[in-house]
Design a protein around this ligand. Structure first.
Ligand SMILES: Nc1ncnc2c1ncn2[C@@H]1O[C@H](COP(=O)(O)OP(=O)(O)OP(=O)(O)O)[C@@H](O)[C@H]1O
Ligand SMILES: [Zn+2]
Length: 757
């Protein structure tokens, strides 16, 4: 393994095949005439324009491209354009409302583009807040100066007359979208700091203390795995280390899987860290923000006014001038992986960024990914552990309920029901975890075997209960496809045989909620899943009710499994976990173990003894046995041994080419051609030929759900034991794929380090 190879990410390639040079050419920074610009278009390469008034690398420009105008970023200022001078258009406008993007940011984007095989513009521009990449934001009278200038003007106005400013200078609607409520200037921060009430800090326990000391002693790049069991107080460790870094005058980037669901987390970070960084010193970025709010938070971070950036994966690409520490909380969480466009791992890029900036990075988890755990075991990452819960003496007791010889009541085993009843009596809350939303996964005809298939997908339509039109009224049912969104009424009779008695098969969270209501008529029952939380703010409302103790029994999907620090949850029941036990995806056990550990970890956090019951038909499975012992390390040892003997990640590196077409044959033919290309050795590039010996290409196969919205999908897996070899191959391959795809008329994408196969 090469010394630079870190986690999922290899080094920034300096090989000449990288199409981007970040070094300003002899044309000079100031007064350059030619600019080479990255644009958000699905075409490889950069585009040349003339900038009569000069331009600098990293500066943005509005240019015309085809019939559109677009915002691009200057990557080079070449001495001469790559095409005939007469063909080169002038830029429409150089934008100077922001200083040029710094070198380290350009390097990060260039690395991501090269590593994930995407055009540079498709990496850079989507990473910016909306207004900064929309030419419309710079046009027209109202937009004079652009969104940044407007925001600044507003901030300046707001800073002067302190009391009476609201209402009066309300911006017109389109501008208001770009500016949010508080606009605190840097000087105001300083004032506010002293006004904040002092926060009382908990006394660290011995392992927290050790972790904080070890982390405080770090300088330079060092990845650290903070492996702390659920409820062990990892957050407190992040806070202490962050406080220290802030006092040293540096910025902290804190990545979390989700923010919308856990407003308490945001509050804790604000309260604690703004005591040092000043009011407004913590900027928060996530996809739930309006364009203007996002721009504002982003600008504050970029300008160094915000000293802490707390955000989801999209904040990874925010330039931070004084970055001193990166924290990735719940590093194993799949939501760090973007599943469309640039399919990047924010965790892996965060590690690259930490290395590039020479700062420590903390990866925290109770159930680390196998990749991270492997690095910690082999010493590449420093391993720090919090083996005990911060508050409770004991972790929850986990028990397996063997469902093979038990008579279930509506899918629920008697001991589980008794446990809920007992907690009800004691005034404690219960959580029933079922990772399947809807009423029932399929509707079925007993007479002829008909099932509710989606007309557009190779999948079942899920039976859903609609909320009643009037409170207390009857709920209607309908069929919904979770893959394509298709909806239809429940047929009155079987479409095949006319039988009028169609039956729901299996159960989802809605049906479970209904059953529990019948079984525990006096209890306050609520459900948290994607359906019950569709309305903005409804998830926060439901979680607030749970935290306030207004819910006795909570039914929930994975949305409730992570992050929440419930204080009065005494029991967790888990249904249908077996569904993930025998998946074709080699990562399924890892995900299942993490999910069960996390959901179990919601119980008994405040110190009262708690129990977790898992219903299963396979209690002897090693995964469940490890879970009962709370033995993450044992599970990981077993899982890694299996991966090693099968030659799977982290012992191999993968990429996945997916093709979509009207006909499966078309998609497969394209993949077959893409594969055949690799067998054509024309000897033009001997180094590539040598690398091919380390590359395995599997046969193209249809996806498990092969058809979605009338599009058929197939994929081709590429594997190598060497990341540089895989990267070298992908670089060459990505050059020929667009041509092959155009001829075959298929849509395609290439995913590096895929999480799901
Ligand atoms: N040293 C301490 N003394 C007292 N309470 C503490 C201490 N450290 C943490 N806590 C409290 O313990 C609880 C659990 O901490 P926290 O939520 O940080 O755990 P965690 O490790 O992030 O768990 P999870 O992985 O389950 O999210 C919180 O209520 C926190 O306030
Ligand atoms: Zn469908």
């Amino acid at each position: 393994m090469a010394p630079w190879s870190v986690a999922g990410v290899s080094q920034l390639s300096t090989s000449p095949s990288v199409p981007v040079s970040l070094v300003p050419s002899p044309g000079g920074e100031e007064g350059a005439t030619w600019v080479r610009v990255a644009l958000d278009v699905p075409l490889a390469g950069l585009f040349d324009y003339r900038a009569p008034a000069g331009a600098r690398v990293g500066q943005r420009a509005i240019v015309s491209f085809g019939r559109r105008e677009m915002v691009g970023i200057v990557i080079e200022t070449p001495v001469a354009p790559a095409v005939a001078v007469e063909q080169v258009k002038d830029v429409v406008q150089m934008l100077d409302d922001l200083p040029p993007f710094p070198d380290d940011w350009l390097k990060l984007a260039a690395f991501a583009a090269d590593y994930y095989q995407r055009p540079l513009g498709e990496v850079m521009l989507p990473a910016l807040p909306g207004p900064l990449r929309k030419p419309a934001a710079y046009q027209g009278l109202r937009a004079a100066g652009g969104p940044v200038a407007r925001l600044d003007a507003r901030a300046a106005r707001a800073a002067k007359p302190k009391r009476t400013r609201r209402k009066k200078d309300q911006a017109p609607d389109d501008e208001r979208a770009l500016t949010s409520e508080e606009n605190v200037s840097a000087s105001e921060n300083a004032e506010a700091t002293s006004a904040l009430p002092p926060v009382s800090l908990p006394t660290l326990n011995a392992s927290q203390q050790e972790a904080v000391e070890a982390l405080s002693g770090l300088s330079g790049f060092k990845p650290v795995l903070l492996h702390g069991v659920t409820g062990s107080g990892k957050t407190e460790v992040y806070l202490r280390v962050a406080e220290r870094v802030l006092r040293e005058g540096r910025q902290v980037m804190l990545l979390v899987p989700e923010i919308n669901l856990t407003p308490q987390l945001e509050q804790v970070f604000r309260r604690r860290l703004e005591a040092i960084a000043g009011t407004g010193g913590v900027a928060v970025l996530h996809s739930g923000l309006a364009d203007g709010e996002r721009l504002q938070a982003w600008l504050r971070a970029v300008r160094g006014q915000a000293r802490v950036l707390l955000g989801t994966r999209l904040s990874l690409f925010t330039p931070l001038p004084d970055l001193g520490l990166i924290v990735v909380d719940e590093e194993h969480d799949p939501s760090y992986k973007q599943q469309e466009g640039l399919r990047y791992s924010a965790r892996d890029l965060a590690i690259w960024r930490a290395r590039d900036r020479g700062v420590p990075i903390i990866l925290g988890s109770a159930t680390p990914s196998m990749e991270t755990w492997h690095h910690a075991q082999t010493g590449r990452y420093l391993l720090l552990s919090l083996p005990q819960r911060a508050l409770a003496a004991e972790p929850p007791r986990i028990r397996l309920l063997d469902t093979r010889n038990v008579k279930l009541q509506q899918g629920l085993a008697p001991p589980l029901l008794q446990a809920v009843a007992q907690r009800l009596e004691k005034g404690e809350q219960s959580l029933i975890f079922l990772n399947r939303r809807g009423y029932a996964p399929v509707l079925h005809c007993d007479a002829c075997g008909w099932v509710s298939g989606c007309p557009r997908c190779s999948a079942y339509m899920v039976l859903h209960r609609q909320p009643p039109r009037v409170p207390g009224g009857p709920g209607r049912h309908e069929l919904r496809c979770h893959h394509c969104g298709w909806q239809q009424r429940v047929p009155m009779a079987c479409p095949d045989c006319g039988n009028q008695d169609l039956q729901p098969m299996g159960r989802g969270t809605q049906r479970l909620e209904e059953h529990l209501g019948e079984l525990f008529p006096g209890a306050r029952i609520a459900r948290i899943d994607a359906d019950s939380t569709r309305r903005k703010g409804s998830a926060q409302e439901l979680f607030a009710r749970m935290h306030a103790g207004d819910i006795d029994i909570l039914v929930g999907t994975q949305m409730v499994a992570k992050g929440h620090d419930f204080q009065n949850l005494g029991f967790v029941g888990v249904l249908n976990a077996d569904a993930m036990l025998f998946s074709h995806d080699f990562r399924a056990p890892e995900r299942l173990f993490a999910q069960l550990m996390q959901v179990a970890g919601r119980a008994g956090r405040a110190g009262t003894p708690a129990e977790v019951y898992i219903q299963t038909g396979y209690p002897e499975q090693p995964l469940y046995q490890a879970l009962v012992r709370h033995d993450y390390a044992g599970f990981a040892r077993y899982a890694l041994r299996e991966r090693e003997s099968a030659g799977l990640p982290p012992f191999a590196y993968q990429a996945l080419l997916t093709a979509e077409a009207r006909e499966l044959a078309q998609a497969q033919a394209f993949l077959a051609q893409a594969r055949a290309w690799t067998e054509r050795t024309d000897g033009t590039d001997s180094s590539q030929a040598a690398d091919m010996s380390r590359i395995t290409l599997y046969d193209p196969v249809p996806l498990r759900v092969v058809r979605v919205a009338n599009v058929e999908r197939a994929q081709l897996l590429v594997e190598s034991d060497s990341r540089p070899a895989l990267q070298g191959f992908l670089r060459a391959w990505a050059g020929v794929l667009p041509g092959l795809a155009a001829t075959a008329r298929v849509r395609w994408h290439l995913e590096v380090d895929p999480l799901e196969i």
